[in-house]
Write a protein that binds this ligand. Structure first.
Ligand SMILES: [Zn+2]
Length: 414
């Protein structure tokens, strides 16, 4: 994979046999995407053979008939602070230089896998925000980071590694402070996590309906959307009622909840991969019964993804990368494979990974769609978009505006 970063003066033509705009395919034609000033100028479709590259003057030409152009991927749910092995930040709390190296490795893995932006689901130490700022200052090279900072949770509730516990009266003040500090969205832990030993059990809900609605309102007053960690149908129903922007995980949600989400435009990031990989993590250490629980849990999630797609829910691809067993970057391709297993078509999978993901991450004006006038965030890939193996395959180029060209750096604090 070659990363092409376009400065204002660069002109580029990308040729392909097919193009996915973010919603649908333009196929069976020779296509040229003309790029200058870091933006898509126009998209040329023609039925004739492409003119050989040599005829284009002062302009680089890449691609070919056997390739497909798609928008860059966006991972809607990651934890840059976590290493995919151990939740404990204490074990990861290492000297700054080493941490910076590790963050660079994680960021590079996103780029290699075609991911141009990630939405960070937070950590207690504020590492996600620091990482975003280092990318912005070009001290680290990586995807654009939309950071949540520290997650909101109550004293004694689930998620001590994601944020400090707060008393009910403290939330409005803390959201205001985080907003001033420059977070991109609010992350809240509404429920606990899914049990791997008892099917259908989720640790308890931390907030009541009134508290959650107030939090969503205060966040909105500061121009922030809310990404809500919620499994169990009870937690998901609370989130829908409160008007969160996205439900994260959503294991064991009901069909009625999916209908309400479709109606109210609440997005869903199902993060199947952190559960699906559990059986591979410790194949000998688990009881057969527990393996069955894990299998049943993620199979149910796949069925609900298919149902959500039929009902018109906005579904986005997010991995929970950094959680046990989920690698940064690579986890995204496993999630795409799981979406395929759920029975989604290539178009539906790509929409979830690009246009929907951009909307969920708050990047709908920048990424997720290939159209004239939009910043040039493109992947040039081999025509095989089956996502059958869950392994990275076929990305030839990632194209994006140079981080200092304005299109990226102006975005974080918009
Ligand atoms: Zn998470």
């Amino acid at each position: 994979m070659q990363l092409i970063e376009l400065s204002c003066s660069d002109r580029l033509i990308v040729e392909a046999g097919a193009l996915f705009t973010g919603c649908s395919f333009i196929a069976g034609k020779h296509i040229r995407v003309h790029i200058s000033d870091g933006k898509i100028k126009h998209i040329e479709e023609e039925n004739d053979q492409l003119i050989p590259p040599v005829s284009h003057k002062n302009c680089r030409v890449i691609g070919g008939d056997h390739l497909t152009i798609i928008p860059c991927f966006i991972d809607c749910h990651v934890h840059l602070a976590l290493d995919g092995v151990n939740y404990s930040l204490k074990k990861q709390r290492i000297n700054r230089l080493l941490l910076k190296d590790r963050l660079q490795d994680r960021l590079s893995s996103y780029l290699i896998h075609g991911i141009a932006a990630v939405r960070d689901g937070g950590d207690r130490e504020g590492i996600g925000v620091a990482c975003r700022d280092m990318v912005e200052r070009m001290e680290l090279k990586g995807p654009l980071v939309m950071a949540s900072g520290k997650a909101l949770r109550k004293y004694g509730g689930y998620g001590s590694f994601l944020g400090p516990g707060l008393a009910p009266g403290e939330f409005a003040q803390i959201i205001k402070r985080y907003a001033v500090e420059g977070i991109n969205q609010v992350k809240i832990l509404v429920s606990g996590i899914v049990s791997f030993t008892e099917y259908g059990r989720v640790s308890s809900v931390q907030f009541d309906s009134k508290e959650l609605s107030q939090i969503v309102q205060v966040a909105a007053d500061h121009g922030l959307k809310v990404m809500a960690h919620a499994s169990s149908d009870e937690a998901v129903r609370l989130c829908i009622k409160a008007g969160v922007h996205s439900v994260e995980h959503g294991f064991f949600l009901s069909e009625d909840s999916l209908k309400a989400m479709a109606e109210k435009g609440v997005a869903w990031v199902p993060t199947v991969v952190p559960v699906a990989v559990q059986n591979q993590l410790k194949p000998d250490g688990r009881y057969a019964k527990d393996k069955l629980v894990i299998e049943q849990t993620y199979r149910r999630q796949l069925r609900m993804i298919r149902r959500a797609q039929q009902l018109g829910v906005i579904i986005g691809v997010g991995t929970d990368a950094g959680a046990a067993g989920v690698q940064h970057g690579a986890g995204f391709w496993q999630e795409l494979h799981l979406f395929r297993e759920a029975g989604l078509t290539t178009e539906e999978i790509l929409t979830a990974a690009t246009r929907n993901a951009a909307y969920i991450a708050g990047l709908e004006d920048t990424m997720g769609l290939i159209a004239p006038g939009r910043p040039a965030y493109l992947l040039v890939v081999d025509n095989d978009l089956s996502f059958k193996s869950g392994q990275l395959s076929g990305i030839r180029y990632m194209i994006r505006p140079k981080p200092d060209a304005g299109a990226v750096s102006s975005f974080h604090y918009a």
